[in-house]
Design a protein around this ligand. Structure first.
Ligand code: HAM
Length: 422
């Protein structure tokens, strides 16, 4: 029979990688909780309109990358390409703003974009996503970046660069739009079909085009930072002031527009320069009009998303952590009586939270030790007839090589204590 493979751009996360995934998720949860965030989980499938309205009709995501289909009752639905729109939908639908004027949420999970798969680019990928609603103050923008930086530091990721920009607000955009249109007036033929079409709807998207000719044209084009209104200039200056106060280094990238339409004022990306073409590990920004655009009250917001696969690719070698293994104790038993003793011990230890294993396949001592080795067990306990008679067993720490003799009478408690020691 022909083998069935996974869908292109969709990847299995195999058992040997799960530790790394758990580690980044646990570190994130702990840190976000300390900063006052709470976890939310929204559905993976949403009505298509949520994303066309939220992300913007002329974005690459909405125009080309969404997994959209009619379900059996002819409703148009989409696998979420990002989490922000879904979180805001839930925030509005459940009136979360009424209970708490400042809402800090995070979510971790899969997103779907039908892009061309390549290194660092998948069709199902995962994001760690954070959103703050109800605060306009640039201190919040800087604080989020501080938290993000701290997460990368905790995970041991080095050599990242933070790029910031301001995309202004609906007050500064029209003048900028005019300036782009004037600049591109006699250059339209050089642009790709997409850009020519977008020029009418949303000229900002030309900055986002991946085609080299369009990029070359727009390089000398006007920059939004030169068109900011007094309010936005003030916000951007203050953001930089607080980034300096929090000792966060950054560079301004005037050309960075981000691929989603909802951004206002602060935008940012974290880049791993050594990661190749797909080097943005995280991205985000402020979206002060999005809640209203999605049918809610006028509430400002800001957030970011980290790409988990790209984050994992930039982690330092996990060898040391992996070599520790997950199994805490392997009990090698020789003879029927010892096996029965080990059988109860292993199962009792497991319900006390100790990961313990033994052989149920009739292997000799050598074979059992080999298995303990393969499982990278932290400790080994050897029980034979003699140990049962002497009422003493030896617990060996496989990493340090040290041994200790334990009394069989209260073996379970002694093993639990020994496992707690590092
Ligand atoms: P984004 O820049 O589209 O922003 O995605 C954030 C991160 O997700 C990227 O920096 C990248 O690491 C990862 N990513 C995106 N597409 C792929 C892909 N095809 N394969 C692998 N990784 C990918 C957002 O999604 C916004 N919702 C972020 C945000 C939250 N803004 C405000 N709040």
């Amino acid at each position: 029979m022909k083998m069935i493979t996974a869908v292109r751009g969709f990847k299995d996360i195999l058992t040997d990688q799960v530790d790394t995934w758990l580690r980044i998720e646990t570190e994130s949860r702990e840190l976000f909780t300390a900063f006052g965030f709470e976890e939310i989980r929204t559905p993976i499938l949403e009505k298509t309109e949520l994303f066309t309205r939220g992300i913007g009709e002329s974005t690459d995501i909405v125009e080309k990358e969404m997994y959209t289909f009619l379900d059996r009752s002819d409703e148009q639905v989409t696998l979420r390409p990002e989490a922000t729109a879904s979180i805001i939908r839930a925030y509005i639908e459940h009136h979360l703003y009424a209970a708490n004027p400042i809402t800090k949420l995070f979510t971790i999970g899969p997103m779907f974009r039908r892009e061309r798969p390549q290194k660092g680019r998948l069709r199902q990928f995962h994001q760690i996503n954070v959103e703050v609603l109800g605060i306009e103050d640039p201190r919040m923008d800087a604080e989020l970046l501080f938290m993000l930086k701290e997460l990368f530091a905790k995970l041991g990721v080095a050599n990242l660069r933070l790029y910031i920009n301001s995309l202004g607000c609906p007050r500064c955009r029209p003048r900028f739009r005019e300036a782009i249109l004037v600049f591109l007036k006699d250059k339209e033929e050089i642009l790709c079909d997409d850009c020519r079409r977008r020029l009418k709807k949303n000229p900002l998207r030309v900055f986002d085009c991946k085609i080299a000719e369009c990029q070359a044209v727009i390089t000398d084009g006007p920059e939004l930072l030169d068109f900011l209104c007094a309010d936005c200039i003030d916000h951007f200056d203050n953001l930089q002031h607080y980034l300096n106060i929090l000792s966060i280094s950054y560079e301004i990238n005037k050309k960075m527009v981000r691929g989603l339409d909802y951004y206002t004022k602060t935008t940012f990306e974290i880049i791993a320069p050594s990661a190749g073409a797909q080097n943005a590990v995280a991205g985000g920004g402020r979206y002060d009009g999005l809640v209203e655009l999605l049918g809610g009250p006028d509430i400002p917001g800001i957030g970011f998303a980290i790409g988990c696969e790209r984050l994992i690719a930039s982690l330092p070698s996990m060898k040391e952590i992996q070599s520790a293994g997950k199994l805490q104790l392997f009990v090698a038993a020789m003879g029927e009586k010892a096996e029965l003793f080990a059988y109860t011990l292993v199962n009792r230890l497991r319900i006390s939270g100790i990961s313990a294993e033994m052989d149920l396949g009739g292997k000799g001592l050598k074979g059992q030790m080999k298995r303990a080795d393969k499982l990278r067990s932290g400790h080994v306990l050897i029980i034979g007839e003699r140990e049962l008679t002497d009422r003493k067993v030896v617990l060996r720490n496989m990493r340090t090589g040290s041994q200790r003799t334990l009394d069989i009478g209260n073996l379970e408690a002694s093993v639990i204590n020994a496992m707690k020691e590092r």
